[in-house]
Each structure stands twice: as structure tokens, then as C-alpha cells.
Ligand binder design. Structure first.
Ligand SMILES: C[S@@+](CC[C@H](N)C(=O)[O-])C[C@H]1O[C@@H](n2cnc3c(N)ncnc32)[C@H](O)[C@@H]1O
Length: 247
């Protein structure tokens, strides 16, 4: 699922990475961003993915091996322990991680300290505080609330995109450049809502947001498409924020 991946590539192009740079991807999960970095930095560059979830890292290592990428490694570590590296990084990336952290400014300060002076911090956050549609779509709105009510119940700040400038400024970053792009869904342009509900089903149930019977995940995609077609709706369902800043 390329959920926001092309936005990540455009953000990387905008940041203008140097070939051969040394980069860290914080909260890398299964490595999508780390692998994009490794491809961009070339054989002389180095990309390190860091996450506290060991099983996600196993998937990431396998993906790197399948692609034959030799300039990428993955380490299991909490970002609280950032700074144990012997050398500062040229680039640090972080996609959809800050929103889950209880002290976002403290995390951004640790990242600042792990960058060389003038090094780049590139952040992507998905913001769920805006939704606009030219039609009322009851099922889509319900499915979307299953996702975001769960994330909020888990303690995340779902408005992090709008807070990025303040977080980065408070952490001491300069030359802060914020951009944003909306995820748009039309009758023929599919969203990822059903796939995300499917992937998050266990968490949605655990948070007490919806039951499996209410979600009916097996038929959700079909029902969402039917609804969009019936109303000929265009919906702006989520904003992807990108930030590029210098240490
Ligand atoms: C929504 S996932 C995003 C994964 C990846 N960045 C991406 O965009 O595909 C959030 C990731 O942040 C990781 N994470 C959360 N808190 C962390 C921490 N304190 N230190 C390291 N990783 C953390 C989680 O384990 C998870 O893999």
C-alpha cells in the first residue's frame, strides 16, 4: 500500500539530498522510508532505520535483502536513546512517528542533537483535523472516525501537522519549510480507508471504538465505492504535512 509514499518522494526531492550522505530514519517500521532514502543516497550513502518494534525491523531487513540494497541497516532502539552514535547524521527522517510521542518537542530536540550543524530534518505527518466533501457520506465518515478515534484513544496528537512549525522551532531548528498536500477521494479515485480499517481492526476493537460486526471489513471497500458513486462525491479526507528544517 503506497499510503503517502509519492508525497514522501516529492518531499525528499524538495529537500535535495546529497548523494553519499549519512541518514537515519527514526521510527522506520517496516522500512518504507528507509529504503526510499537508501535508493536516493546511492552506494556511497548510508541509511539506518531505527525502531523499537523488532518484528517490523525483520520485515524491513527482508525487504532490503530482496531489493539487493547494501547501503542500509536496521537497529532496534527507542528514539530516547538517540545520540549513542559516534558520528552525527547529515539527514534524519521521521514519517508518522511524532504524532504518537508524548513529548514531541523533547523528541525533536534529541533529533536536533543527533544532526551535524546544518543537517536536515525531514518530517511527514498525516493530519486528520480537516475533512471536506461536497456530499455527506455516512459510511466513509464512520470508517474514517473508526481509524482516527482509535489513534486519538491511543494518545496520539492527530493535529500534529498543524503543530509541526512550533515543534521544530521550539527544538531549535531553523529554515523551517512546511508544505502540505491533501488526500482526495472521488468515485473513481480510490482511498485507502478500507485497507487501513482492515490493518487496524484489532486496535479499533481494543480501543472500544467499533466491533468487528459493525465494521464488516470483508465488504467495506465495496460499500465505500458504492457510496461514493451513488453521491458522485469528492472528498478531501486527510492532509499530509511535510517539514524540512536545518539543525
Ligand atoms: C505509524 S508507524 C510509521 C512507520 C514508518 N515511519 C512509515 O511511515 O512507514 C510508527 C512507527 O513508530 C515507531 N515508534 C513509536 N515510538 C517510537 C520510539 N519511541 N522509538 C522508536 N520508534 C518508535 C513504531 O514502532 C512504529 O513502527
Amino acid at each position: 500500500m503506497d499510503f503517502g509514499g509519492s508525497f514522501t518522494d516529492r518531499l525528499f526531492d524538495r529537500a535535495g539530498f546529497q548523494q553519499g550522505a549519512r541518514a537515519l530514519d527514526v521510527g522506520c517500521g517496516t522500512g518504507d522510508v528507509t529504503l526510499r532514502l537508501a535508493r536516493k543516497l546511492g552506494a556511497e550513502g548510508r541509511a539506518i532505520g531505527m525502531d523499537l518494534n523488532g518484528s517490523a525491523l525483520d520485515v524491513a531487513r527482508q525487504r532490503a535483502a530482496d531489493e539487493g540494497l547494501h547501503n542500509v541497516t536496521f537497529v532496534e532502539r527507542d528514539l530516547q536513546h538517540l545520540g549513542q552514535e559516534e558520528q552525527p547524521f547529515d539527514i534524519i527522517t521521521c514519517r508518522r512517528v511524532l504524532m504518537y510521542l508524548p513529548d514531541q518537542v523533547a523528541a525533536a530536540k534529541s533529533i536536533h542533537a543527533a544532526l551535524r550543524p546544518g543537517g536536515l530534518f525531514v518530517v511527514q505527518e498525516h493530519d486528520a483535523t480537516i475533512m471536506q466533501s461536497n456530499q455527506t457520506l455516512p459510511l466513509y465518515e464512520k470508517a474514517r472516525s473508526w481509524i482516527w478515534d482509535t489513534v486519538r484513544a491511543e494518545g496520539a496528537n492527530i493535529g500534529t501537522g498543524f503543530d509541526l512549525y512550533g515543534i521544530l522551532a521550539a527544538a531549535g531548528f531553523s529554515d523551517i519549510d512546511i508544505s502540505a498536500e491533501a488526500i482526495v477521494v472521488t468515485p473513481t479515485q480510490a482511498g485507502h480507508t478500507a485497507a487501513i480499517v482492515d490493518a487496524m481492526a484489532e486496535r479499533i476493537v481494543a480501543a472500544g471504538v467499533a466491533t468487528r460486526a459493525e465494521m464488516e471489513v470483508e465488504t467495506l471497500e465495496e460499500r465505500l465505492i458504492e457510496e461514493r458513486r451513488a453521491f458522485s462525491a469528492t472528498t478531501v479526507g486527510e492532509m499530509m504535512f511535510g517539514a524540512i528544517a536545518r539543525a
